[in-house]
Design a protein. Structure first.
Lengths: 490, 430
């Protein structure tokens, strides 16, 4: 009997998941529910004898209906938003069909940045950062005016990875310029957040930390955590890591489990943080977290490995790095998650470095209207000739014509003996993705020797500082003349 | 010498005028004969000042409220038209260039910018050819009324240009990395020679074209001009000067009781030279009033005032001792002569020996680096034998070209990549 799997989602990450499922040695029929016709996912479905259903995968009712109609045995959730809408709860409770992805409660770990920070403090998980949440705009504005320090201003609820503003405010002589920007941003975020009624806190203001970022993605069955190799993604839209925040313009992964700038010890510490988070969720909510969990980590001078954000799914593009070279049968992993027997899984990957780069239409990320509806010409043959693989993202195919939807249109993965080698392979084929009467952009610098060298240098500096601290009793002493000593205990 | 500091905010909520002010302030060492900024909001607005002193050129209190989410800033020293308003394809364009924009250059610049706006790679290619043809480092930054910022660095790379970022909000282009750090940004990369950038609201495009055949490093930029906390083309300025001092200490064994640096640029050389020689280093002078880079002041009287205010000697350091004075370079010799007279005749130093880190400078710079004319350069007009007498010192020793090349080589820069025209009169190949 063939196993029928339904995949929710429509971007490059889901294309990579679909490909991994289609590779399975189990007899699998793959279905996918999406709003835009992703040609890559459609092909994977077709190859297994399944098909694509076009429809709103964020709507639990719709998902339940498709699961019933197609006689689905397992649902795999790609992006985070269906998790927040309770899709897993609906499918599992109403139909008893298992899902790969946490229920709505545990998914709060991503949905609510405040929840994540709260349980980190409550359960004393290493890598805690000082934060405050605000429900009221006036209060937030006052706080900003009073403190004037380097902060990360984030929407308290995940809004598609957007809305984070990092304002370094060390230079007193530029405080007024920055205070103004912080104020305007807080006001804008409140307006944005008014759309969401599923969360009370609106804004989270967190101490800004600096350092080298990386992502640790893991499978988890609620008890065990099975960590994957580290991936580093690049959030800035443009070359030199300049420009607005995107979902990620590219990501790098090495041949080993760590990265050239992260030590095995730091890798272990990062895994430990994620493991403790998974256990804390269960203690706090009484519901187990199952599926994929990812820590957006940063090596900071305060803690060393520190968690900045948490994902309840694979990163995009980070998911593509690991899935494109995953040799272990992903359906075996899914079964182990459901039967809580993850430790019996031996992970194996094609032994190579993987660099993934996104190609986006100009307009992304600040003006997606401008970025949508453009016809793409993609020379898949040329891309594959170089040993690269293409993963379709935010596109819609109709009558053989592929149009942009507004976000990152495709991701291309390149493989090599080293990160720079893989990067050069991708760089050599990026020009085979073009838009008619429009421009696309991508980043050449990701994974290049120069970029890596700077990361290694930066990590070495951070390492020498955090190693000099005793994180067991992490305390920061603030001396304000006239007001006395304030001890901040972590 | 001139400098630029420019900012582009991808989020229009920013008002960048005050950021430009502090950027320019930290580049004030690059020029003191005028500065200005062009700010972009709905239109381009330009503020210029004949004052080279950034602190007095702008009304700081007003800048925080001055509209403009992008801006081009500049700082000038000697005369010459380094900034020009052009109209290109119905846009207003303000351009700052490292070389004076004379008649023929203006036309080429206009063509290059027009082409960059249409097709970045072709524009950069055109400009690379123009730079080679003119044998001039036509490096520039421009801002347009359409919301574009253009950055071009010529194939020689003689003029420094760095890009950086601030959070997810700002792109910053600066002559030196120190200014990017001053405003809280992160220096990211030198603009590769023979390449260009086009920044607009939705994209930062980097030219695929990159042409650094015959790439050159300006020796004076490293010896003297750039600020100690800058890193120029991957060479940390402070470390370069320390390295050069150590090399000098191995070869030049001057005798004396104490080593004293001529403020400000001579101090690093003095400290490292003394340390490497096992001699005592001492502060010799105290500054009165605000800092003036005396070598950049044109008027002789102004210059003397600058020198004298900068250097009030501490008597006990000099009195009846043999001193070694160290400076970075010797141009007109006014500063040094003045200091020597002071420490000899008024403060009573017994013997005065001088070490100059740079080799003798004898030629005017053909690339708009502020070097006095040949008639004014001491070493171009006075023989080495006569020099101690003219300066009224016991001995003067210069760093040699070999010392200089050795210092560069320790940072991976080969000898033939160093432009030493002002010392040798040999033009670099284009």
């Amino acid at each position: 009997m063939s196993m029928k799997i339904l995949l929710l989602g429509e971007c490059s990450r889901e294309h990579a998941i679909a490909e991994a499922i289609a590779r399975s040695t189990h007899k699998v029929t793959l279905y996918a529910l999406m709003q835009h016709m992703n040609p890559g996912i459609r092909k994977c479905c077709k190859d297994t004898g399944g098909e694509v259903v076009l429809g709103n995968f964020l709507d639990p009712e719709k998902v339940v209906q498709v699961v019933k109609d197609k006689g689905i045995d397992l649902v795999v959730i790609g992006p985070e938003e269906p998790l927040f809408r309770g899709v897993v709860d609906a499918v599992e409770e109403k139909l008893g069909v298992p899902c790969i992805g946490p229920r709505r409660g545990p998914a709060q770990i991503e949905q609510s940045k405040a929840f994540m920070r709260y349980i980190m403090w409550k359960y004393k998980i290493p890598g805690r950062l000082r934060f405050r949440t605000f429900r009221d705009v006036a209060e937030a504005l006052e706080y900003i005016k009073e403190t004037g320090e380097s902060v990360a201003i984030k929407p308290a609820r995940q809004v598609g990875g957007k809305g984070v503003k990092i304002v370094a405010d060390v230079q007193a002589y530029l405080r007024d310029v920055r205070t103004r920007v912080k104020e305007v941003h807080v006001t804008r975020l409140y307006e944005e957040m008014a759309k969401y009624t599923d969360i009370e806190d609106k804004i989270l203001i967190e101490e800004k930390v600096e350092g080298v970022e990386y992502t640790l993605q893991c499978f988890t069955d609620g008890e065990h955590v099975l960590p994957l190799p580290l991936v580093q993604d690049y959030k800035h839209a443009f070359e030199f890591s300049i420009g607005p925040e995107t979902g990620g313009m590219g990501s790098i992964m090495d041949k080993t489990y760590t990265l050239p700038f992260i030590t095995p010890e730091e890798y272990e510490k990062s895994v430990e943080i994620v493991r403790q988070l998974v256990h804390a969720v269960k203690k706090e909510l009484g519901i187990e977290y199952k599926g994929i969990i990812a820590g957006q980590m940063m090596l900071t001078t305060l803690w060393g490995p520190t968690i900045i954000e948490c994902y309840a799914r694979f990163g995009d593009p980070e998911g593509v790095n690991v899935l494109s070279v995953l040799e272990t049968d992903i359906v075996d992993i899914f079964e182990a998650i459901l039967s809580k027997s993850l430790p019996k899984i031996k992970l194996s990957f094609r032994p190579c470095a993987v660099v993934v780069k996104a190609v986006a239409p100009v307009g992304y990320p600040l003006n997606k209207k401008l970025a949508q509806g453009h016809v793409l010409d993609i020379d898949v043959k040329k891309i594959e000739e170089k040993g690269c693989r293409i993963y379709y993202g935010s596109v819609h195919e109709e009558d053989g014509v592929i149009r942009t939807v507004g976000s990152r249109a495709v991701e291309i993965a390149g493989f090599g003996d080293s990160i720079p080698e893989a990067a050069e392979k991708v760089n050599s084929v990026l020009r085979y993705v073009t838009a008619r009467d429009w421009r696309v952009f991508y980043r050449l610098d990701i994974g290049q020797e120069e970029t890596l060298k700077k990361m290694i240098e930066q990590a070495n500096i951070i390492r020498s500082v955090y190693k000099s601290r005793n994180v067991e009793e992490l305390k920061i002493y603030e001396w304000i003349p006239g007001k006395g000593l304030r001890v901040i205990e972590y | 010498m001139v400098g630029t500091f420019s900012v582009y905010a991808f989020d229009e909520v920013w008002r960048v005028a005050k950021i430009l002010y502090y950027g320019l302030l930290s580049l004030n060492h690059r020029g003191q004969s005028g500065c200005g900024m062009t700010l972009l909001s709905d239109t381009l607005t330009t503020m210029t000042s004949p004052s080279g002193d950034v602190e007095h050129a702008f009304d700081l209190d007003k800048l925080v409220d001055t509209p403009g989410w992008a801006g081009l800033g500049w700082i000038l020293s000697a005369g010459g038209d380094f900034v020009r308003r052009l109209v290109i394809d119905s846009r207003e364009v303000y351009v700052f260039s490292y070389i004076p924009i004379t008649g023929p250059i203006e036309g080429k610049l206009r063509d290059g910018i027009r082409e960059m706006l249409r097709d970045l790679d072709r524009g950069v290619e055109l400009l690379n050819n123009v730079s080679r043809e003119l044998k001039q480092p036509l490096t520039f930054v421009a801002i347009t009324s359409n919301g574009e910022m253009l950055v071009y660095r010529d194939p020689s790379g003689l003029k420094p240009l760095h890009v950086g970022g601030y959070g997810f909000d700002l792109a910053i282009v600066s002559s030196e990395s120190c200014a990017i750090e001053c405003v809280g940004g992160d220096p990211r990369s030198d603009v590769p020679p023979g390449s260009g950038l086009l920044i607009d609201k939705y994209v930062l495009e980097r030219s695929h074209v990159r042409d650094d055949k015959n790439r050159k490093y300006c020796a004076l930029e490293y010896i003297y001009y750039s600020r100690l906390d800058s890193v120029v083309d991957d060479v940390p300025i402070f470390e370069f000067r320390r390295e050069l001092s150590r090399i000098l200490a191995q070869r030049v064994k001057l005798e004396g009781d104490v080593v004293i640096g001529i403020p400000e640029t001579g101090i690093v050389y003095a400290i490292e030279y003394a340390k490497a020689r096992g001699l005592e280093y001492c502060i010799g002078f105290v500054q009165t009033g605000r800092r003036v880079r005396s070598a950049l002041v044109q008027d002789l009287l102004e210059r003397l005032i600058g020198v004298q205010l900068k250097m009030s000697p501490i008597r006990s350091v000099f009195k009846t001792r043999d001193v070694i004075l160290v400076d970075d370079s010797l141009l007109k010799g006014i500063t040094l002569k003045n200091v020597v007279q002071y420490v000899r005749n008024r403060v009573g130093a017994r013997r005065v020996r001088v070490l100059v880190a740079a080799p003798p400078i004898r030629y005017e710079c053909p690339f708009a680096m502020d070097i006095p004319s040949r008639e004014e350069l001491l070493c171009a007009n006075v023989s080495m034998d006569l020099l101690p007498k003219v300066l009224d010192v016991d001995e003067v020793v210069f760093g040699s070209l070999e010392d200089l090349y050795e210092a560069f080589s320790r940072f991976g820069v080969e000898k033939d990549k160093v432009c030493t025209y002002c010392m040798t009169g040999i033009l670099p190949e284009w």
